[in-house]
Design a protein around this ligand. Sequence first.
Ligand code: GLA
Length: 390
Amino acid sequence: MLSRTAASEFTARFGRPPRWVVAAPGRVNIIGEHTDYSGGLVLPMAIDRYTVIAAAPAPADAGQRLRLHSAAMDQSVDIPLAATPAPGEPRWANYARGVLAGFGARGLVPPALDGLVISDVPLGGGLSSSAAFEVATATLLEAALGQTLDPVEKARLCRQAEHDYALVPCGIMDQLISVLGDEAGALLIDCRTQQSRLVPFADPSVSLLIANSNVRHSLGDGAYAVRMSACMEAARMLGVAELGVATPAQVAAAESKLGPLLHRRARHVVTENGRTRAAADALAAGDWRAAGALMYESHRSLRDDFEVSSPELDTLVELARDIGEAGGVFGARMTGGGFGGCTVTLAASDRVGDIGERLAREYQQRHDRPLAWFVSRPARGAHIVEDLGK
Ligand code: GLA
């Protein structure tokens, strides 16, 4: 659907049909939060919300540039291809600039292109809209160059773009799942080795409900980087390369050395790792109750130990818990970087509509804000939707 809109908007704007349509999904993280940059475990799933780019080679007299038009911003930008692009205005284009820089650093310079970007991943909602844009751009460049990168390399390139051009020192989770997403389920990713394995999640009787608090999260505001530094400092004090390799016993034994704050931060990471491994097993076994209990516990740890939740996210998790198993809810937690954004709720499919409506009603009453909610099946990772040159 979205790819057809992208193609027709491209045609209307550029006066010819696109040659390529590419798509990259957003994601929801089921569990394993704020562990990726410590080499821990994560369990994200690609969602059927995509950033789509329709594109074609630029006219012969266009010069060496990528012209991108953003449907969301109703704005076009020309990014020169001859030299490494500098970050700048408009800021939304920095993701594409960063990806072009990554290709350039590998000696890969695409031909001049026109492209139109459109997305149904909520922007700034903690569902990896930026990773979807980076990975869609990289997928377009692969198509235009007729050359594909190794998938993990592609994710690393996109993460570098986020670091250098959006100045968010993120981990690898979002870009990896946008590249590797699988319709058959979620991926358990070991962020230390960057290896992943599929955790089948295709039972139609359960669904993931994603509830957007409509409080925009901003990871560039420093709190994310502060959490990351705390983890590095705790790892240094524990004498390990990164917290992902530390055990709960090691962290407990070092409580007084770490002091209360670093102890809580480190405790979140090491216990979240255990929960993530256990949740992957529970989901694979269809043990929804066990998976849900781990999600609640993850939320508590993120709220109290890692302190990245928000009052709105806490409300959404509490409301889900009040509905409980009798009403079809197995578990809920905040998802993504936090400080706003979304929660993810594991729910019985035949009750999910009622659950969404009730969450929306009670959330509006408590916070005087609308709730946007939707359900997603596992979705396919980045791909070329259409290549009319073939
Ligand atoms: C953001 C980052 C990810 C990850 C999550 C928290 O989404 O981009 O790398 O750190 O926060 O789990």
